[in-house]
Design a protein around this ligand. Sequence first.
Ligand SMILES: C[S@@+](CC[C@H](N)C(=O)[O-])C[C@H]1O[C@@H](n2cnc3c(N)ncnc32)[C@H](O)[C@@H]1O
Length: 267
Amino acid sequence: MNDSTLQAQIDAATAYQEFFVPALFQEWAPWVVAAANLQPGQRVLDVACGTGVLARVAAACVGAGGAVCGLDANPGMLAVAARLAPDIDWREGMAEALPYPDQTFDAVVSQFGLMFFGDRLQAVREMLRVLVPGGRLAVAVWDSLEHTPAYADEVALLARLAGEEAADALRAPFVLGDKQALKALFVTAGADSPSITSHTGTARFPSIRAMVEADLRGWLPVMGVNLDEQVIAHILAEAEQALGRYVTAAGEVVFASPAHIVRAAKA
Ligand SMILES: C[S@@+](CC[C@H](N)C(=O)[O-])C[C@H]1O[C@@H](n2cnc3c(N)ncnc32)[C@H](O)[C@@H]1O
Protein backbone atom coordinates (compact mmCIF):
# COMPACT_ATOMS: atom_id res chain seq x y z
CA MET A 1 0.00 0.00 0.00
CA ASN A 2 1.44 3.42 -0.92
CA ASP A 3 1.57 6.38 1.46
CA SER A 4 -1.39 8.24 -0.07
CA THR A 5 -3.67 5.16 0.12
CA LEU A 6 -2.73 4.64 3.77
CA GLN A 7 -3.28 8.33 4.50
CA ALA A 8 -6.74 8.15 2.86
CA GLN A 9 -7.57 5.15 5.09
CA ILE A 10 -6.34 7.02 8.20
CA ASP A 11 -8.44 10.07 7.24
CA ALA A 12 -11.52 7.84 6.75
CA ALA A 13 -10.87 6.10 10.09
CA THR A 14 -10.43 9.46 11.85
CA ALA A 15 -13.83 10.54 10.47
CA TYR A 16 -15.32 7.16 11.50
CA GLN A 17 -14.02 7.67 15.06
CA GLU A 18 -15.33 11.24 15.17
CA PHE A 19 -18.76 10.82 13.56
CA PHE A 20 -19.85 7.18 13.85
CA VAL A 21 -18.32 5.86 17.08
CA PRO A 22 -20.03 8.30 19.49
CA ALA A 23 -23.27 8.28 17.46
CA LEU A 24 -23.73 4.52 17.04
CA PHE A 25 -21.05 2.18 18.39
CA GLN A 26 -19.80 3.41 21.76
CA GLU A 27 -22.80 2.44 23.89
CA TRP A 28 -22.56 -1.22 22.75
CA ALA A 29 -19.07 -1.88 24.11
CA PRO A 30 -20.12 -2.27 27.78
CA TRP A 31 -23.00 -4.58 26.73
CA VAL A 32 -20.69 -6.79 24.68
CA VAL A 33 -18.02 -7.08 27.39
CA ALA A 34 -20.79 -7.90 29.90
CA ALA A 35 -22.04 -10.66 27.57
CA ALA A 36 -18.50 -12.10 27.50
CA ASN A 37 -18.35 -11.89 31.31
CA LEU A 38 -14.84 -10.45 31.22
CA GLN A 39 -12.82 -10.79 34.43
CA PRO A 40 -9.63 -9.10 35.66
CA GLY A 41 -6.51 -10.85 34.40
CA GLN A 42 -8.08 -12.38 31.27
CA ARG A 43 -6.62 -12.40 27.73
CA VAL A 44 -9.14 -10.97 25.26
CA LEU A 45 -9.29 -10.59 21.46
CA ASP A 46 -11.47 -7.94 19.73
CA VAL A 47 -12.09 -9.08 16.13
CA ALA A 48 -12.76 -6.31 13.55
CA CYS A 49 -11.81 -3.79 16.23
CA GLY A 50 -12.04 -0.73 13.96
CA THR A 51 -10.72 2.25 15.93
CA GLY A 52 -10.86 0.13 19.09
CA VAL A 53 -13.85 1.29 21.12
CA LEU A 54 -14.65 -2.25 22.32
CA ALA A 55 -11.01 -3.19 22.95
CA ARG A 56 -10.56 -0.11 25.16
CA VAL A 57 -13.57 -1.03 27.31
CA ALA A 58 -12.30 -4.64 27.47
CA ALA A 59 -8.88 -3.40 28.60
CA ALA A 60 -10.49 -1.48 31.47
CA CYS A 61 -12.32 -4.70 32.52
CA VAL A 62 -9.33 -7.04 32.49
CA GLY A 63 -7.02 -4.48 34.13
CA ALA A 64 -3.25 -4.37 34.27
CA GLY A 65 -3.01 -8.12 34.91
CA GLY A 66 -4.89 -8.94 31.69
CA ALA A 67 -4.11 -8.39 28.03
CA VAL A 68 -6.17 -7.22 25.06
CA CYS A 69 -5.44 -7.67 21.35
CA GLY A 70 -7.35 -5.84 18.62
CA LEU A 71 -7.43 -7.21 15.07
CA ASP A 72 -8.72 -5.48 11.93
CA ALA A 73 -8.24 -5.74 8.18
CA ASN A 74 -7.91 -1.96 7.76
CA PRO A 75 -4.55 -0.36 8.65
CA GLY A 76 -6.12 3.12 8.83
CA MET A 77 -8.49 1.95 11.58
CA LEU A 78 -5.54 0.42 13.43
CA ALA A 79 -3.48 3.61 13.16
CA VAL A 80 -6.27 5.58 14.87
CA ALA A 81 -6.75 2.79 17.44
CA ALA A 82 -3.03 2.82 18.29
CA ARG A 83 -3.08 6.59 18.73
CA LEU A 84 -5.99 6.32 21.19
CA ALA A 85 -4.65 3.33 23.19
CA PRO A 86 -0.94 2.66 22.58
CA ASP A 87 -0.81 -0.11 25.21
CA ILE A 88 -3.20 -2.46 23.39
CA ASP A 89 -1.66 -4.98 20.96
CA TRP A 90 -3.18 -3.94 17.58
CA ARG A 91 -2.70 -6.31 14.67
CA GLU A 92 -3.61 -6.18 10.97
CA GLY A 93 -5.26 -9.38 9.73
CA MET A 94 -8.38 -11.13 8.52
CA ALA A 95 -11.10 -12.51 10.78
CA GLU A 96 -11.16 -15.61 8.55
CA ALA A 97 -7.49 -16.39 9.29
CA LEU A 98 -6.71 -15.09 12.78
CA PRO A 99 -2.94 -14.73 13.24
CA TYR A 100 -2.90 -16.37 16.69
CA PRO A 101 -2.22 -19.95 17.86
CA ASP A 102 -5.05 -22.22 19.08
CA GLN A 103 -6.35 -21.52 22.59
CA THR A 104 -4.70 -18.10 23.02
CA PHE A 105 -7.64 -16.18 24.56
CA ASP A 106 -10.04 -16.49 27.51
CA ALA A 107 -12.61 -14.42 25.60
CA VAL A 108 -13.21 -13.24 22.03
CA VAL A 109 -15.45 -10.22 21.42
CA SER A 110 -16.56 -8.51 18.24
CA GLN A 111 -19.09 -5.80 17.45
CA PHE A 112 -20.61 -4.85 14.11
CA GLY A 113 -18.00 -6.55 11.93
CA LEU A 114 -19.44 -10.01 11.22
CA MET A 115 -21.83 -8.80 8.50
CA PHE A 116 -18.87 -7.59 6.40
CA PHE A 117 -16.74 -10.74 6.54
CA GLY A 118 -16.36 -12.56 3.23
CA ASP A 119 -16.66 -15.95 4.96
CA ARG A 120 -18.66 -15.58 8.19
CA LEU A 121 -18.67 -19.28 9.06
CA GLN A 122 -14.90 -19.51 8.77
CA ALA A 123 -14.55 -16.35 10.90
CA VAL A 124 -16.68 -17.80 13.73
CA ARG A 125 -14.69 -21.07 13.50
CA GLU A 126 -11.53 -19.02 13.86
CA MET A 127 -12.89 -17.18 16.90
CA LEU A 128 -13.61 -20.55 18.52
CA ARG A 129 -10.20 -21.96 17.55
CA VAL A 130 -8.28 -19.22 19.39
CA LEU A 131 -10.42 -19.58 22.54
CA VAL A 132 -9.36 -21.79 25.46
CA PRO A 133 -11.85 -24.59 26.30
CA GLY A 134 -14.65 -22.95 28.28
CA GLY A 135 -13.69 -19.54 26.87
CA ARG A 136 -16.45 -17.02 26.08
CA LEU A 137 -17.51 -15.52 22.79
CA ALA A 138 -19.71 -12.39 22.44
CA VAL A 139 -20.56 -10.96 19.00
CA ALA A 140 -22.90 -8.01 18.25
CA VAL A 141 -24.70 -7.45 14.93
CA TRP A 142 -27.37 -4.90 13.96
CA ASP A 143 -30.99 -5.99 13.83
CA SER A 144 -32.69 -5.92 10.41
CA LEU A 145 -33.44 -2.73 8.48
CA GLU A 146 -37.18 -3.20 8.99
CA HIS A 147 -36.57 -2.78 12.75
CA THR A 148 -34.42 0.31 12.20
CA PRO A 149 -36.84 2.78 10.58
CA ALA A 150 -34.49 5.78 10.41
CA TYR A 151 -32.04 3.85 8.26
CA ALA A 152 -34.88 2.28 6.29
CA ASP A 153 -36.02 5.83 5.45
CA GLU A 154 -32.50 6.84 4.44
CA VAL A 155 -32.12 3.69 2.29
CA ALA A 156 -35.38 4.57 0.49
CA LEU A 157 -34.09 8.10 -0.11
CA LEU A 158 -30.83 6.77 -1.56
CA ALA A 159 -32.66 4.26 -3.76
CA ARG A 160 -34.78 7.09 -5.15
CA LEU A 161 -32.05 9.69 -5.68
CA ALA A 162 -28.83 7.69 -6.14
CA GLY A 163 -29.87 4.19 -7.25
CA GLU A 164 -29.82 0.66 -5.88
CA GLU A 165 -26.03 0.34 -5.59
CA ALA A 166 -25.90 3.24 -3.12
CA ALA A 167 -28.97 1.90 -1.28
CA ASP A 168 -27.39 -1.57 -1.02
CA ALA A 169 -24.25 -0.07 0.54
CA LEU A 170 -26.43 1.32 3.33
CA ARG A 171 -28.43 -1.94 3.63
CA ALA A 172 -25.25 -3.99 4.18
CA PRO A 173 -24.88 -3.45 7.96
CA PHE A 174 -28.40 -4.84 8.56
CA VAL A 175 -28.22 -8.21 6.77
CA LEU A 176 -27.78 -10.39 9.91
CA GLY A 177 -30.96 -9.36 11.69
CA ASP A 178 -32.66 -12.77 11.37
CA LYS A 179 -32.07 -14.36 14.79
CA GLN A 180 -32.66 -17.95 13.67
CA ALA A 181 -30.16 -17.71 10.83
CA LEU A 182 -27.69 -15.98 13.13
CA LYS A 183 -27.95 -18.70 15.75
CA ALA A 184 -27.63 -21.41 13.08
CA LEU A 185 -24.36 -19.81 11.91
CA PHE A 186 -22.83 -20.19 15.38
CA VAL A 187 -24.20 -23.73 15.83
CA THR A 188 -22.73 -24.77 12.45
CA ALA A 189 -19.39 -23.25 13.43
CA GLY A 190 -19.36 -25.48 16.53
CA ALA A 191 -20.19 -22.98 19.29
CA ASP A 192 -21.51 -24.50 22.50
CA SER A 193 -25.16 -23.52 23.20
CA PRO A 194 -25.21 -20.09 21.55
CA SER A 195 -27.89 -17.72 22.81
CA ILE A 196 -29.00 -14.32 21.54
CA THR A 197 -30.13 -11.29 23.50
CA SER A 198 -31.51 -8.22 21.78
CA HIS A 199 -31.01 -4.67 23.01
CA THR A 200 -32.29 -1.37 21.70
CA GLY A 201 -29.59 1.25 21.55
CA THR A 202 -30.10 4.95 20.91
CA ALA A 203 -28.35 6.46 17.90
CA ARG A 204 -27.65 10.16 18.28
CA PHE A 205 -26.30 12.50 15.58
CA PRO A 206 -25.94 16.28 15.92
CA SER A 207 -28.13 16.93 12.84
CA ILE A 208 -29.70 15.28 9.78
CA ARG A 209 -26.92 16.72 7.67
CA ALA A 210 -24.25 15.25 9.95
CA MET A 211 -25.88 11.80 9.84
CA VAL A 212 -26.44 11.66 6.09
CA GLU A 213 -23.14 13.28 5.17
CA ALA A 214 -21.30 10.73 7.34
CA ASP A 215 -23.02 7.96 5.37
CA LEU A 216 -22.50 9.53 1.94
CA ARG A 217 -18.90 10.67 2.42
CA GLY A 218 -17.73 8.25 5.13
CA TRP A 219 -19.56 4.97 4.61
CA LEU A 220 -20.52 4.65 0.93
CA PRO A 221 -16.90 5.10 -0.29
CA VAL A 222 -15.85 2.25 2.05
CA MET A 223 -18.40 0.12 0.19
CA GLY A 224 -17.04 1.30 -3.17
CA VAL A 225 -19.79 3.85 -3.94
CA ASN A 226 -18.66 7.42 -4.68
CA LEU A 227 -21.48 9.84 -5.48
CA ASP A 228 -21.25 13.08 -7.50
CA GLU A 229 -21.36 16.32 -5.50
CA GLN A 230 -24.61 17.22 -7.28
CA VAL A 231 -26.27 13.99 -6.13
CA ILE A 232 -24.93 14.47 -2.58
CA ALA A 233 -26.38 18.01 -2.48
CA HIS A 234 -29.75 16.72 -3.71
CA ILE A 235 -29.86 13.92 -1.09
CA LEU A 236 -28.84 16.27 1.73
CA ALA A 237 -31.59 18.72 0.77
CA GLU A 238 -34.32 16.05 0.61
CA ALA A 239 -33.08 14.28 3.77
CA GLU A 240 -34.31 17.23 5.85
CA GLN A 241 -37.88 16.20 5.05
CA ALA A 242 -37.36 12.41 4.77
CA LEU A 243 -35.74 12.17 8.23
CA GLY A 244 -37.47 15.14 9.86
CA ARG A 245 -39.48 12.94 12.23
CA TYR A 246 -36.30 11.87 14.08
CA VAL A 247 -35.25 15.43 14.98
CA THR A 248 -35.68 16.37 18.65
CA ALA A 249 -36.62 19.78 20.04
CA ALA A 250 -32.89 20.32 20.64
CA GLY A 251 -32.21 19.74 16.94
CA GLU A 252 -30.42 16.39 17.33
CA VAL A 253 -31.32 13.29 15.32
CA VAL A 254 -32.21 10.51 17.76
CA PHE A 255 -33.59 7.07 16.90
CA ALA A 256 -33.72 3.46 18.07
CA SER A 257 -30.87 1.25 16.82
CA PRO A 258 -31.61 -2.33 17.88
CA ALA A 259 -28.98 -5.06 17.73
CA HIS A 260 -28.43 -8.69 18.73
CA ILE A 261 -25.61 -9.99 20.90
CA VAL A 262 -24.73 -13.64 20.36
CA ARG A 263 -23.05 -15.25 23.34
CA ALA A 264 -21.53 -18.69 23.30
CA ALA A 265 -18.82 -20.75 24.91
CA LYS A 266 -16.19 -23.07 23.51
CA ALA A 267 -16.93 -26.65 24.49
C1 LIG B 1 -18.49 -1.05 11.29
S1 LIG B 1 -16.82 -1.32 11.65
C2 LIG B 1 -16.91 -1.81 13.37
C3 LIG B 1 -15.62 -1.50 14.08
C4 LIG B 1 -15.61 -1.63 15.59
N1 LIG B 1 -15.87 -2.99 16.02
C5 LIG B 1 -16.56 -0.66 16.27
O1 LIG B 1 -17.42 -1.08 17.05
O2 LIG B 1 -16.41 0.57 16.04
C6 LIG B 1 -16.46 -2.85 10.84
C7 LIG B 1 -14.97 -3.20 10.86
O3 LIG B 1 -14.81 -4.52 10.31
C8 LIG B 1 -13.54 -4.56 9.67
N2 LIG B 1 -13.54 -5.74 8.79
C9 LIG B 1 -14.35 -5.97 7.73
N3 LIG B 1 -14.08 -7.18 7.21
C10 LIG B 1 -13.07 -7.72 7.94
C11 LIG B 1 -12.37 -8.98 7.92
N4 LIG B 1 -12.68 -9.91 7.00
N5 LIG B 1 -11.43 -9.20 8.85
C12 LIG B 1 -11.12 -8.27 9.77
N6 LIG B 1 -11.76 -7.06 9.85
C13 LIG B 1 -12.71 -6.80 8.96
C14 LIG B 1 -13.47 -3.23 8.96
O4 LIG B 1 -12.15 -2.89 8.58
C15 LIG B 1 -14.06 -2.30 10.03
O5 LIG B 1 -13.05 -1.77 10.85
